[in-house]
Ligand binder design. Sequence first.
Ligand SMILES: Nc1ncnc2c1ncn2[C@@H]1O[C@H](COP(=O)(O)OP(=O)(O)O)[C@@H](O)[C@H]1O
Ligand SMILES: [Mg+2]
Length: 256
Amino acid sequence: MDTAAATELKPRQPPAPELRPHAGAAHPIVISVKNLRKEYTTGRGRLTLFDGLSFDIVLGEMLAIVGQSGAGKSTLLHMLGALDTPSAGDVYCASTQLRSLNARQAAAFRNREVGYVWQFHYLLPEFTALENVAMPLLARGESKVRAFKAAEQWLNEVELGARVTHRAGELSGGEQQRVSIARALIGNPKVLLADEPTGDLDSLTAEMVFNLISRLHREHHLTSVIVTHNQALARRCTRILRLEKGCLNEVAPLAV
Ligand SMILES: Nc1ncnc2c1ncn2[C@@H]1O[C@H](COP(=O)(O)OP(=O)(O)O)[C@@H](O)[C@H]1O
Ligand SMILES: [Mg+2]
């Protein structure tokens, strides 16, 4: 994955006009992708994942992105969340033109505006659930007292109040994913990006984790993008896009 170091150094700009609500639209656009291109140069030549990709995601949407393995879903999600840089084109997320951020601004953007959930939770196994959840607040300079208090509230919110002092490595897969959801949301982001968040879980636990994401999405007025292979869960999102041969096509729930 590219790092923010590759981000162009340009002064921060005011929100793009594209991010104003459409006249008459019920919801403002939270994520806007304009003419996005991503290519990798590999030993076997140039691999173009997409070229000219454009789409918008409005406030409150819970968008599912589906598609075959290797289609570029993770790469796209990384670019929405300033974890990777496009080869060309623009991503606007939470009123920010990502191309305009320098490395330090991109780090602050990731810390404040976006919550990330991965298939593999990437918790620090030797640290407690409480410490793991508190990390984003500690990283932005909050006091330990405030960060741990908020982390305890978030662990209660994901129904893990009884596991606060457990080390992450001692928790079950579903519990670890719930901790990682609390860690993603403790910073009060506007956007939740989840890359196959139930991909490593059994079906019952997957259902429970998806229900939790759904509830938190609604209660915290999030705009969420969820990459998933799970068709039943994709159907429960507000919209489904399939990434295929570099294009994103809307699919009817029953066609997933
Ligand atoms: N850093 C990289 N360099 C070269 N190719 C890459 C790199 N990252 C991903 N790819 C390739 O891009 C394609 C899409 O990857 P990915 O976004 O992970 O797909 P998906 O999440 O849909 O399975 C894959 O063929 C992968 O091998
Ligand atoms: Mg992937």
